[in-house]
Write a protein that binds this ligand. Structure first.
Ligand code: SF4
Length: 753
């Protein structure tokens, strides 16, 4: 399944491409820069691109898609007119599998419930030359790390945690389905040349600290916005001391600080992981171009000169962190949790501890967590909270079962869910969640936005390492610090947990009986793709309308969103995941999680036609029926969270014309552009306050839409008064063509024709 020729091609071209780039840049290069400059699209002229400013066309080596996002991506790809994907691509069935009882039962139920979708993905994959990972094979990012990621490579994936592959030295970036379509169709993939944030790691992790704590600490420093538009490059002796999978965990959660991606340079830990996962040839090839799979020595000697921002962390002093609730950047060292939780009134009792997910289910993670679980049994402790394990892949699951870890977890009451996303993405049928009770859970996943795990807005979810999750689940308390505190066992004795121990890689090697992979047909021309007309899960797409060349006028305010408005708020996951392939049906969740700035409520906005308050999608459907354009207004970092292009397609489908915000999360801003929407920012942030509930928007100079030229919109208030405000945008010439054509896909089709 691994494409060795691809690696050979990349490595054979790497030295010359780096040399050429250096000739132009005339300075030492960071590792990420070497990868970026060696992956320029053929028609892209080599130049010294300005970080944070210049848009550059790239040619990624691979594409990966998960089942929820693949539906829309493939529905779009079918419309591109291509016979096979231009680059190796894979589909992974992981997000649609619900966690309820235990792995086998849940998998079987989910396969039946989602049969139509899995069959669709399987047949499209078969037809267009895409590798298909069946339900139960594992979570996209773990499977990619085990099978496809390679140092020096570049990939995109239709999931924001694609960045996980940075742990194996790859520039891997989460995108929307529309970007995946571009690359699969052989088009350039465009990205603003990222800034570079250097994180120098010194010392060595010890005690209860884990690689997870590096990123939990970084999240506390950078916050959810701090990495926006940047690649985070980790280096230093501390970086070398981490396992490849530990590096993967750190890169994975780079998405939580908004980073474009994160990366570590090639080193011995990566070589060990490549060899352990059956890719010794890749390791040998990588060793042959080692000097190019790292930054230049001058960069490390003077990092402040070559990175736009520099952070230093001494791993020897790193404490275990527990981040949350509701946001992954609220970092609390475990030693301060007691007073912090008390001060904030967070429920102290831990009701469930959940380990695994794409973030933390490596052999090393599981073995360290198992070392804690084992102690519970040996020391006569009764686990106080529920405890679940979500393996990241069948290979990991099979190997940890063989090595007795699953047995160890089951002895403390652990429940093993399917190798899938499950509780990490709201696919957790948690008994009693509907009661909405205030409670605390701790998990080793990456995200903890409100409602994300179980749909209950009062579930306080905290993110930490798997070993600490295990300890907190055993103790049943959020303020338990295993480094200092004792627990009372069945015999009334005070016992202390010893430090976690584990193995980086399985001593007996990885093993798996059926990894769950299906190769595509050599010639897919006769493969038939079925989408039933009456399906409520899948719907073939019709192209969006072209721009009529006129200024948009008379647009009504649909909602002025206040505070955090992530892609979960714009297009909620959980039960809605099942409609990912049906644009009209899923549009019934549009912005239902966004808080209306005028009443502080969710999914309750004023219908300007009736004066009544109603659900956002219902109000928007009425405007659409009447042919009235609308505008959505938002706060800072609008659209943070994920690459879900539904968050852009739904408003587009329902007739919203523009989204005007204080600032955007990168992926969402690009997705809006791809779908032919206007994604604009207030030139003066305070103008957000000028927007009133009954406002009408008139664009004054959209007919002159051009790069680097602000737009003007006139707000007409209910009393007839007006405010003219300036709106900035980041559209380049090509993106303006997308807008004019109605969407990027419309333009691709025109060009293919
Ligand atoms: Fe799945 Fe959660 Fe990982 Fe996303 S973050 S791929 S939902 S396990």
């Amino acid at each position: 399944m691994f494409d060795l020729d691809l690696v050979k091609k990349v490595y054979s071209e790497l030295p010359e491409k780096v040399k050429q780039a250096k000739g132009i840049l005339n300075k030492p290069m960071t590792y990420a820069e070497k990868i970026l400059y060696s992956h320029l699209f053929a028609a892209q002229e080599l130049a010294a691109f300005k970080r944070g400013a210049d848009y550059v066309d790239f040619a990624p080596d691979r594409v990966a898609m998960q089942d929820a996002t693949a539906q829309m991506a493939l529905l779009q790809f079918i419309n591109s007119g291509k016979k096979r994907t231009a680059v190796p691509s894979t589909v992974h069935c992981d997000h649609l599998i619900q966690a309820q009882v235990e792995g086998k039962t849940d998998l079987s139920v989910s396969k039946t419930a989602n049969k139509e979708v899995f069959d669709f993905l399987e047949s499209v994959s078969n037809k267009y030359g895409i590798g298909f990972w069946k339900p139960g094979a594992g979570i996209i990012h773990q499977v990619v790390l085990e099978n496809y990621a390679f140092p020096g490579g570049m990939m995109i994936g239709t999931d924001s945690h694609t960045v996980n592959a940075g742990g194996l030295g790859m520039v891997a970036i989460g995108v929307g389905g529309a970007d995946a379509v571009d690359v699969m169709a052989g088009m350039a993939w465009e990205l603003k040349m990222p800034k570079m944030i250097g994180v120098k790691l010194t010392g060595k992790i010890s005690g209860w600290a884990a690689p997870k704590d590096v990123i939990l600490k970084v999240a506390g420093i950078l916050t959810v916005k701090g990495g926006t538009g940047a690649i985070i490059e980790y280096f230093g002796e501390g970086a070398k001391s981490l396992s490849a999978t530990g590096k993967g965990t750190i890169c994975n959660m780079g998405a939580e600080v908004g980073a474009t991606t994160s990366i570590f340079a090639y080193d011995e830990s990566m070589e060990r992981y490549l060899r352990a996962t059956g890719r010794a040839e890749v390791a040998d090839l990588a060793n042959g171009v080692k000097e190019h799979l790292d930054a230049d020595a001058e960069v490390y000697a003077n990092p402040e000169q070559y990175y736009d921002e520099l952070i230093e962390i001494n791993l020897s002093e790193l404490e275990p962190h527990v981040n949350g609730p509701f946001t992954p950047d609220r970092a609390t060292p475990i030693s301060q949790m007691k007073e912090t939780a008390e001060a904030n009134g967070w429920p102290m009792e831990v009701s469930v501890g959940l380990i695994g997910s794409c973030t933390n289910s490596s052999y090393e993670d599981i073995s360290r967590a198992a070392s804690i679980a084992k102690q519970a049994e040996e020391k006569g402790l009764v686990t106080q909270a529920e405890f679940t394990i979500t393996p990241g892949s069948e290979q990991v699951r099979y190997t940890i079962e063989r090595d007795g870890f699953i047995d160890t977890f089951e002895k403390i009451g652990g429940k093993v869910f399917a190798n899938a996303c499950g509780p990490c993405i709201g696919q957790w049928a948690r008994p009693g969640a509907e009661k909405g009770e205030k409670n605390t859970i701790v998990h080793s996943f990456n995200r903890n936005f409100s409602k994300r795990a179980d749909g209950n807005p009062n579930t306080h979810a905290f993110v930490t390492s798997p070993e600490l999750v295990t300890a907190l689940a055993i103790a049943g308390r959020l303020d338990f610090n295993p480094a200092t505190d004792t627990l009372t066992n069945k015999n009334g004795e005070e016992v202390k947990l010893d430090l976690p121990t584990g193995e980086e890689l399985p001593g007996k090697g990885f093993d798996v009986k059926d990894p769950g992979f299906q190769a595509p047909a050599a010639d897919g021309s006769n493969v038939v793709i079925n989408v039933a007309d009456d399906s409520n899960r899948l719907q073939l797409l019709s192209p969006f309308e072209k721009w009529d060349g006129q200024n948009i006028t008379g647009a009504k305010l649909l909602i002025k969103a206040e505070g955090k408005c992530t892609t979960d708020h714009i297009s909620m996951a959980g039960p809605w995941l099942r409609f990912r392939g049906h644009l009209d049906n899923i549009s019934n969740n549009m912005l239902i999680g966004a808080v209306n700035a005028f009443n502080g409520e969710t999914n309750k906005v004023k219908n300007q036609l009736t004066g009544e308050y109603d659900a956002v999608p219902a109000v928007q459907r009425q405007y659409k029926a009447e042919g009235i354009p609308t505008v959505v207004v938002g706060d800072h970092n609008y659209g943070e969270g994920s690459s879900r292009e539904h968050a852009a397609m739904e408003p587009r489908h329902l007739g919203v014309k523009a989204v005007i915000v204080k600032s955007f999360a990168r992926i969402h801003e690009t997705n809006l552009k791809k779908q032919g929407m206007l994604g604009l920012t207030f030139a003066n942030e305070n103008d957000y306050d000028l927007v009133q509930e009954d406002d009408v928007f008139n664009f004054v100079d959209l007919v002159d839409f051009a790069p680097d030229k602000a737009l003007t919109v006139e707000l007409v208030h209910a009393d007839g008064s007006k405010d003219a405000i300036k709106l900035n945008h980041t559209y380049n010439a090509q993106q303006i063509e997308w807008f004019k054509a109605g969407s990027a896909l419309n333009l691709i089709k025109q060009q293919n024709a």
